[in-house]
Design a protein around this ligand. Structure first.
Ligand code: GLY
Length: 564
């Protein structure tokens, strides 16, 4: 039986403490980076109580669902990419799936046009949640602690009240009107009809009750019995299409991660129904054919843009739920396929993305959330979870304490028509009963001789390129915070635009990229919320980097921890 001994108090980010025995075979400390300090603290508490990275992941996940209702929660889903200290790796797919009543054309009107209100607002937008099943599965199969312990910090926070913050307020600005139309959502998130003030204490006893039920009854506590009936009745009362069988049938799927090598590094990342891993593998295989280090900055940005363009094109054509469609993952992630792509890349001229009709992307809305964990045994957890757009579908079933998702919008509602992230898709991602919508969530591990990192971010379609740039930064020897700070650029095939954050390019670089044929949109509103932990074996340090774009909302933290 595992005994625990905690040898020191919690320390705040950033950390660079040497291991007590100088050994580099295990991380000297456990570390967590998440998008909300209340969630990081919940995870640190569980590590300090003898939990491993996977118990801490359960604690952080359940707490984020409470304190970041705009980003994820029990009404949504997520991906848990786990690596155990024994070397085994697994991708726990707790993605939502379409209700059994879903049909391919369910959102099209008589003229064949998508009804965007239905795909993003209210119960018809909601797929069947996967996160509760993910929490139960990860705790039971990979954790050391019972759910009653790993969920305790979230339960306590729900009962005593969590603190509303800047990010909750900003995101609510976009969804306030629609939230106010649902009485249960308004009661929870707009007390007195007003957006809560910064620092206002938010109690949510219903959320605590649901977590207690999960702890006591496990999977069936959510997916069968009175709570399942309450959810189905509430969704149907609101005009949705769930049936009890939808919940009873829901199960997480364990999948083999996508992994590949790049210049001495091993990257372990998300397989379908995420599009992230396939895109990353393709992009890195393309890069491996060039002397990237020897290129000018503009040459490198040009090459990355051309690789991104091609990867997002394949995303649109080939990717979907692997349990419903045949996806040529092995082919499109193979070095030979990348060689073919390289042959199509002109190193001085942009390739126009003119294979599908040109479309304008919606402005990027930060949504979803990611956290990264490493423990002192060397277990790694990269978790990205979501309710899709901010505050999901803005619909709460009375008495449950959580919003439902609007993940149905991640399907290709009508092939060739962009979703809320401006992403287009084809038949592989068409709606079908029980199918998982294609995701961009890309929790990722970077494994090298001297450095191990856990990385991920929200950001819709831009997740994949953010992770790409973060990985390149870490490979360049930069720190976890550097990877989170880095100004970002992005290309997703359509619209045919190279977007950039303020500071990503100089005026001179913009002019040179334009001369190569790129349409550059510099100075866009910053995007993403990257969370990184990094173990440097040589220096025997562990550090956590949290995205500075949401000033002071996220938190990296660490704890000294000894497992016996
Ligand atoms: N809902 C965002 C994603 O899964 O990519």
């Amino acid at each position: 039986m595992i005994q625990r001994a905690i040898v020191a108090l919690l320390l705040l980010f950033p950390l660079a403490a040497p291991a007590a025995d100088g050994a580099a075979s295990r991380p000297p400390q456990a570390a967590i980076a998440s998008a909300n300090a209340q969630a990081t603290d919940a995870g640190l508490e569980i590590l300090a109580a003898g939990g491993n990275a996977f118990d801490a992941a359960v604690a952080v996940s359940a707490t984020l669902g409470l304190v970041e209702p705009e980003s994820s929660g029990l009404g949504g889903g997520g991906f848990f990419l786990l690596k155990r200290a024994d070397g085994s790796e697994v991708f726990v797919d707790a993605r939502e799936r379409a209700p059994l009543a879903a049909t391919r054309d369910m959102y099209l009107d008589a003229q064949g046009n998508p009804n965007r209100d239905q795909t993003v607002n209210g119960p018809l937008a909601a797929a069947i949640p996967g996160l509760p099943a993910g929490l139960v599965h990860v705790a039971a199969k990979y954790g050391r602690l019972p759910l009653s312990k790993s969920l305790a910090p979230a339960i306590r926070l729900a009962e005593r009240g969590w603190l509303f913050g800047d990010k909750n307020i900003t995101m609510m600005g976009w969804r306030r009107d629609i939230l106010s139309k649902n009485a249960a959502a308004a009661k929870l998130f707009l007390p007195g009809g007003k957006v809560p003030a910064k620092g206002q204490r938010m109690r949510n006893p219903d959320y605590a009750r649901v977590l207690r039920r999960l702890a006591a009854e496990g999977h069936d506590g959510f997916y069968r019995g009175p709570l399942a009936k309450q959810l189905v009745d509430g969704v149907r009362d609101g005009g949705g299409n769930w049936v009890l069988k939808d919940l009873a049938q829901y199960a997480v799927v364990e999948r083999a991660p996508i992994s590949f090598d790049y210049r001495g590094w091993r990257i372990v990342t998300a397989p379908p129904p995420s599009s992230g891993g396939a895109a990353l593998a393709q992009i890195f295989h393309v890069l491996s054919g060039y002397d990237v280090a020897g290129m000018s900055r503009v040459g490198r940005v040009h090459l990355l843009t051309e690789a991104m363009r091609r990867a997002y094109r394949d995303r649109a054509i080939y990717l979907g739920d692997p349990d419903h469609v045949n996806i040529p993952v092995d082919l499109i992630t193979s070095p030979a396929y990348a060689a073919g792509l390289r042959a199509s890349i002109h190193l001085q001229k942009a390739t126009p993305s003119d294979l599908l009709p040109g479309i304008n992307a919606e402005p990027e809305r930060p949504d979803t959330t990611h956290f990264s964990i490493i423990d002192t045994e060397g277990n790694l957890a990269a978790v990205t979870q979501t309710v899709n757009l901010p505050y999901g579908n803005a619909f709460v079933v009375p008495g449950t304490g959580f919003l439902l998702n609007n993940e149905m919008d991640d399907f290709s509602v009508k092939p060739g028509v962009p979703n809320a992230f401006g992403l287009v898709g084809e038949d592989a991602n068409a709606i079908a009963p029980g199918k998982r919508p294609l995701s961009s969530m890309t929790p990722t591990l970077l494994l090298g001789a001297d450095r191990t990192a856990v990385i991920g971010t929200p950001g819709g379609s831009r997740i994949i390129t953010m992770v790409l740039l973060g990985l390149l930064e870490l490979m360049d020897g930069k720190g976890a915070q550097d990877a989170a700070n880095l100004p970002r650029f992005h290309h997703q095939y359509l619209p045919d635009v190279l977007s950039a954050e303020p500071g990503a390019f100089t005026e001179e670089e913009i002019a040179q990229l334009q001369a190569r044929g790129h349409t550059v949109a510099p100075g866009e509103r910053p995007w993403g919320n990257m969370q990184v932990v990094l173990w440097d074996r040589k220096a025997s340090t562990v550090e956590a980097g949290t995205d500075p774009r949401w000033k002071g909302v996220g938190k990296g933290g660490a704890v000294n921890q000894v497992f016996q």
